[in-house]
Design a binder for this molecule. Sequence first.
Ligand SMILES: Nc1ncnc2c1ncn2[C@@H]1O[C@H](COP(=O)(O)OP(=O)(O)OP(=O)(O)O)[C@@H](O)[C@H]1O
Length: 598
Amino acid sequence: MSDTSIQARRTSGRISAWGLLFNNRLAAAGFVLLSILLIAILSTPWLPLSDPDATAPVNRLLPPLSEGHLLGTDQLGRDILSRLIWGTRVSIAVGFAATLVAAILGSAIGIMSGYAGGRTDNLLMRGIDMLMAFPYILLALAIVAALGPGLMNALYAIAIVNIPFFARNVRGITIGLSHREFVDAARLSGKGPLAIILSEILPNVLPVIVITMSTTAGWMILETAGLSFLGLGAQPPQADLGSMLGEGRAQLFTAPHVSIVPGVMIFLIVICLNLLGDGIRDVLDPRLKSGALARPGPVTALRRDRHAPANPHPDASLSIVGLQTGFEQRKRIASAVKGVSLYVRRGECLGLIGESGSGKSVTALSVMGLVGSPPGIIGDGAIYLDNEDVLSMSEARLIACRGKRVAYIFQDPLTTLHPMYPIGKQVEEALAAHQPLSGKDLAEKAIALLDKVQIPEARERAGHYPHQLSGGQRQRVGIAMALANDPDVIISDEPTTALDVTVQAQVLDLLAALQKERGMALLFITHDFAVVSQICDRVAVMKDGEIVETGPTARILSDPQHEYTRRLIACVPEIGDGPAFLPRIARLFDAGAKGALS
Ligand SMILES: Nc1ncnc2c1ncn2[C@@H]1O[C@H](COP(=O)(O)OP(=O)(O)OP(=O)(O)O)[C@@H](O)[C@H]1O
């Protein structure tokens, strides 16, 4: 099934959500078992069960499978099956109600606290801290002791002790959300705090609340059973799973079934809820489903039947031949790179240009096995570094090549630099990964590198954190880290896209100068022909996972052969274009679309 059809089915309604849920077999098993249980407890009044509270001393402690008593009887001769089903009904109702109360109150406190901040946050969170300062079961006992034993009071106690859990979770997420741009945009549009909370914050925290509820409901049922077990919840003769367990305790050795039966039921309910909770989390978080949050393997997975074509450019620093990389989606593989071949020689800069989603980054990441697996997989082709087949290297050797023979510079250094370490330390780390340096030598070399990439007052700046630098300076740090081990190949993935034009020009000049000075091969990914013309010797144009045209930059610019290349070049505005620029682009793309349809 394709990406879009999963997405379409997901947004079109419940079928896709059910499909995703049932894709997780354990969650599906939990769902089916729980549904059977819910149907049984909802139809309890109409089931042919004997009175759960009717005692019959002559029939006391009958074993399971006795006549008329499928699960036997307890110490007062009451039918265990009947008490079990009535008791499960009570336990689930109390557990779910407590979960709902805790979720509503806890989430409301969390959202208010996280959104308002300041004194409100302080006040609410100190209250929550006080609740958390007691061991929760002691707190529940104290609440029941104050309110008096009984199921309703047990429900209040369990709900209250679980409020902090929801409040803390939701507050953390709300703090993150309330500083996001879409919330600022809502403020600017004139929405009040309540409207922002309801329309912007709540929809974003709701999946987290539902996930937390589904994973804590089992706990709440256990806690309710615990209070009843201690005689503080359900009061005789009413049955719930905890009180049945407590009553069976005295017969644990003479008639173990009296306590084993409710014990097994508690176990089943809790395990089913937890499995279902995992499934719900998968449904609500598409990243989990696609494996994007799974811990990726150290190198991209390779298809076993991959065939490695010979290297047509053995003299090139980097040569990619017929590379195919895709992403596993359920039972099929969605191709992102479909047989790409390119090469870069020493001292040369190759521009890889194409529109968003054409597969440039996946091609670049495939070189060092950095496409996350799952779901990424290299299906075919070969990658040669100085004529050595990278995809046949051992995992350890490939990892050792990262940063040493091939280094990357990414688009947004604010996301790739560690926010908690000074930049000097981060450059030192890049150096120490491949060089036996330490102490002062390491620090001096890091400062020299920062100086090399023209960070002003490098010695002082080395102690600064990424957030204290401008975008251009951060990208210079990224370049310094890439240069740290004198790699043969640098792959830079849209390194200037996040920068304004003047800083972009400075960073490009720096990169070009360093590349020529050190004789490195540079694979420069961009979607901007203006940038290509400034820095690249040759250019490869990529569209829909394939290279459609390649050649020297000057030739491609003056005489593009492919329609798509022409359109990309036309996207570069020229001085004097004026208002005619946008209609010209629109006409070109209309013509392209018609061509594609005909
Ligand atoms: N983890 C993933 N799972 C599934 N598909 C993915 C994943 N990562 C990338 N893709 C798909 O691979 C294709 C190529 O993506 P890629 O990031 O290489 O594009 P790009 O040309 O670098 O675009 P941009 O210029 O926007 O960065 C896209 O269709 C994208 O949806």
